[in-house]
Design a protein around this ligand. Structure first.
Ligand SMILES: Nc1nc2c(ncn2[C@@H]2O[C@H](COP(=O)(O)OP(=O)(O)O)[C@@H](O)[C@H]2O)c(=O)[nH]1
Ligand SMILES: [Mg+2]
Length: 461
């Protein structure tokens, strides 16, 4: 384990100008540093815990004030890190914060690594590892839903659920181990039957959590959707409509959009990155040609494409090409300009691309747009079923651990119900499964895994 007898410090607020900015200090020297640098009406030897003091951070060399601050001392273990912690609320200018931090470092702290405060919180058992990971998810959440899921993780809802599963497994293990002594006797078949059923129950609980990952991944990572179609079908209008503001230039001149315009919208808590593209048409112009090449590449890389067709013009070769190029993609087929006379029929489309039901919309007036959003959601989540549960798995590391546990438990169950081999083997698998579940909370996690996790954090958290 790490040596944690040093004191760390960092600016905890974002770079830039703000009303206040915070320098955070954690470790055994925090209080000593406070005595060196802080001047206030109260004697700094008798500061109360968790009280806010007004005073100055001074430079001990010159005795002059660096900033007028509000300072809190939080003695261990009642702090975020579980160590003695100082929070210095300064005026929110970067020079000020940097000057205060410099004094803190001269007084005995060292600059914190990314995520080091949270790492200490974890190492001091203030949080388990999945909660620590939720801290960063919370900070980086891109939708309210993502924020709510992360907060639930931080509050320990996932940890609690996993803890219950582990308790059940420990009970099963105890039952299994006591049955080992009886295997030769005829009473063994009954408990084995019960044990197998209990393992089955646990597998179901694990799989229920696992089943939320697909949605969780969407909430966390988002979805990329490229809008494509021939010129003038209304791609830019659709982007603007989905966005609820005028972002892309809409004209009746084909070929207006040449660069990609990307904007993110929120569909049921999923951050959906929309890309408006250049219209696809046969062109002899070099720049446009290259732009169109890019469209194919963008579409290929996206999670999903919206193929837009103009319902007010006849079906053209370009429409066909757009469909053809995206045949293997997850696609929404939308026919725009519902408000104008229809020159295209559903049957025509279904003929070309069977199994895909076209949706009629009007990008200009908004008809069919809520349905289009629902369609995007249901295609992305494969179900359309909105998961109301607040325990939603968003973290790949957790998912992998749960999958390994589920696999081992399935093997154990198989072993027990077949009743052929000795229960020791099943017990072995269950213990392994317990280890994987323990990994999520960070009970058996190695230093390099921890480093990898915390290096993705920001400095000061
Ligand atoms: N009547 C009607 N016109 C539309 C609709 N959507 C777009 N347009 C018009 O079609 C033209 C091309 O739109 P634009 O969004 O620039 O198409 P893009 O080239 O595919 O990006 C503009 O004149 C839009 O006002 C619609 O739903 N109904
Ligand atoms: Mg356009």
């Amino acid at each position: 384990m790490l040596v944690r007898d040093d004191t760390i410090a960092a600016i905890a607020t974002p770079h830039g100008v703000g009303g206040i900015g915070i320098v955070r200090v954690s470790g055994p020297d925090a209080e000593g540093i406070c005595r060196i640098l802080f001047r206030t009406a109260t004697d700094t030897n008798s500061l109360k815990n968790h009280h806010l003091y007004h005073g100055d951070i001074i430079s001990p060399e010159t005795g002059s004030s660096i900033d007028e601050v509000l300072l809190t001392l939080m003695r261990k273990p009642h702090s975020y890190t579980g160590e003695d912690t100082l929070e210095i609320n300064c005026h929110g200018g970067h020079l000020i914060l940097q000057a205060v931090l410099n004094e803190v470092i001269k007084a005995g702290a060292r600059p914190a690594q990314p995520g080091e405060f949270t790492k200490r919180a974890y190492l001091n058992d203030r949080l388990d590892l999945s909660q620590a990971e939720a801290v960063m998810d919370l900070i980086t959440a891109r939708t309210d839903r993502g924020r709510a899921i992360a907060l639930s993780g931080l509050k320990g809802n996932l940890s609690e659920k996993l803890q219950l599963i582990r308790s059940s497994l420990i009970e099963i293990l105890t039952a299994l181990e006591s049955s080992i002594d009886f295997t030769e006797e005829d009473i063994s078949s009954k408990p084995h039957h019960n044990i197998s059923k209990d393992v089955e129950d646990v597998i179901i609980r694990v799989e229920n959590i696992l089943s939320t990952y697909k949605e969780g991944k969407l909430v966390r990572d988002g979805l990329s959707v490229v809008i494509t179609g021939k010129p003038n079908v209304g791609k830019s209008s659709l982007l603007n409509r989905l966005l609820g503001e005028r972002r892309a230039i809409v004209t009746s001149i084909p070929g207006t959009t040449r660069d990609f315009i990307e904007e993110t919208i929120n569909i049921r808590g999923i951050p959906v990155k929309l890309t408006d593209t250049a219209g696809v048409r046969k062109s002899s112009e070099a720049i446009e040609k290259e732009g169109i090449e890019f469209v194919w590449e963008k579409a290929l890389a996206a999670d999903m494409v919206i193929i837009l067709i103009d319902g007010n013009t006849r079906f053209a070769d370009e429409d066909f090409e757009v469909i053809n190029r995206n045949r293997n993609k997850r696609m929404v087929l939308a026919i725009n300009k519902l408000d104008l006379s229809h020159k295209i029929t559903d049957a025509e489309i279904t003929d070309i691309i069977p199994g895909v039901e076209p949706m009629w919309i009007s990008a200009k007036y908004g008809d069919g747009i809520p349905e289009l959003k629902e369609k995007i959601y249901s295609l992305a989540s494969d179900s359309g079923e909105h998961m109301a549960s607040d325990i939603i798995l968003t973290n790949l590391r957790h998912k992998n651990a749960l999958e390994k546990a589920a696999k081992l438990l399935a093997a154990a169950k198989d072993n027990i119900s077949r009743n052929e081999t000795s229960p020791e083997l099943a017990a072995f698998d269950i213990r392994d499964a317990l280890d994987h579940l323990g990994d999520i909370a960070g009970e058996t996690t190695t230093e390099d895994v921890l480093d990898r996790i915390f290096s993705n954090f920001c400095i000061g958290k």
